[in-house]
Design a protein around this ligand. Sequence first.
Ligand code: GTP
Length: 597
Amino acid sequence: TELAQIRNFSIIAHIDHGKSTLADRLIQRTGGLSDREMSAQVLDNMDIEKERGITIKAQTVRLNYTASDGITYELNLMDTPGHVDFAYEVSRSLAACEGALLVVDAAQGVEAQTLANVYQSIEHDHEIVPVINKIDLPAAEPEKVRNEIEEVIGIDASDAVLASAKSGIGIDEILEAVVAKIPAPKGDRTAPLKAMLVDSWYDPYLGVVILVRVIDGVIKKGLNVKFMQGGTDHLVDRVGCFTPKRIDLPELGPGEIGFITAQIKEVEQAKVGDTITTVKGGAAQALPGYKEVQPVVFCGLFPVDANDFEKLRESIGKLRLNDASFSFEMESSAALGFGFRCGFLGLLHLEIIQERLSREYDLDLITTAPSVVYRLTMTDGTVKELHNPADMPDPVKIDFMEEPWIKAVIYTPDEYLGSILKLCQDRRGIQKDLTYVGGRAQVTYELPLNEVVFDFYDRLKSISRGYASFDYEQIGLQEGDLVMMNILVNNEPVDALSMVVHRSQAEPRGRALVERLKELIPRHMFKIPIQAAIGAKVIARETISAMRKDVTAKCYGGDITRKKKLLEKQKEGKKRMREYGNVQIPQEAFIAALRMG
Ligand code: GTP
């Protein structure tokens, strides 16, 4: 396709403002799928994505649209993941586009998440086309929202398209605006090939599929290509695009977005942000912006039922095929048996993997406390990376410990600012900047990552009623006064709950944990002490008193079926319990205890 007839864009929207519905409409309007094939929300194609409303893997669809000028345009609509854990993937997707549709709910107006995304888009020099959606709602106030877009975001919204993705209003106007306002990509067909690797995933039939944006040159079947960062060579055996059906094409030229396959077996070999060029006469310089992504949060995943270990191994292996940012290695725990130490991009990433394992592979899992990677400098001068608190050496052998820090940028409506500053302060944050954009505050903090991996994001969302958004990047290691805290149940350490904490946080965190556990662990026939300790020093303690009656006693032996049911229920509960020093701890307790509210 001629450059002048190509438009590459993404959709920016706050959660629930109608991004998926609009994408579906655009596909339907341009005939990518017949009505029968239009299943609900085709772009979000994984169950978890649908349920949680989060896009995990970027997907791009090509729409062929004949505009009012009579010319048929190739529109590439790129879906981007919407969470900070995947910030790097988002940045590469945005770098592959020239513009964005900004979808704002006509009844809700501009929200914090919208802002964060818009700024990213502006940073990538995107042309932004505002769309005011849901004008069919009785509560819609399109004119108010139009002003808000101008005041808060600072872009011209005088010709914002008024639309209802649900009722199909304004769809043609949106397509016309894309063609008229978003610039065509630039590129040189005769220059050496330069294509950006935007995304990659594993397909059971095709192997690794790579989404590319061609900058210069042409990519076609039979070409020998080189991945400039990965340093590997591959033979391209298929080129195509999604409409969203997969279609093979003879080539992808400059400005185009599509996929290639090249007999690659593992996604690890196809790193997001890499530059693809030809083996012969290739480009001299790779595209800017490449970053190697590395897991930052680690935790142990153990099967509740030890017999599920092999199944867990297989399932983790399968998930890893599709997600190179997630790492795993075998680990054994005194209390939990055999499992895996896994690394994730962040807490949401952790939750997604954990959820997929339990749902898609039907596994009951215990997750240990998430931990970041610490660097230990030992008294003998050697340096160690600590991925697992269980591997913590004797403190007297440690000279000093360093922990990773992040720079976090938080956008929030003014009224929540006070509580947010307090939250950051409580988490050892150092305020770096505070500015106002429209009616919203933008605060910058430096924070230790280990204070963020617990429940920072959940807390932020709850104190701001979901309005605050948060973006972060790592800024390196800093020395910290860190200690290992153990949790003892009935005088036995529960290794799954031991964690590295800053000395100043140990007591409040230990107290919160034992209080939580007191509620979560059912009573037994004997008294159960629950303690938090640093070394031999107990810093918090609670006791669960002994149970007085048999659970079935209140059935008076009369109603046999009820008694049976109760016992069965108990048995079922047992399966999901772990035993520590004769104490049964329900599986949910581990997860709940770690989610300190
Ligand atoms: P996430 O995937 O959660 O980010 O949400 P989204 O922005 O993709 O929103 P989605 O398309 O899933 O729409 C959210 C809800 O709004 C759904 O219940 C839609 O049916 C509804 N919706 C979308 N567009 C319109 C519209 O134009 N009018 C009305 N009344 N409802 C709409």
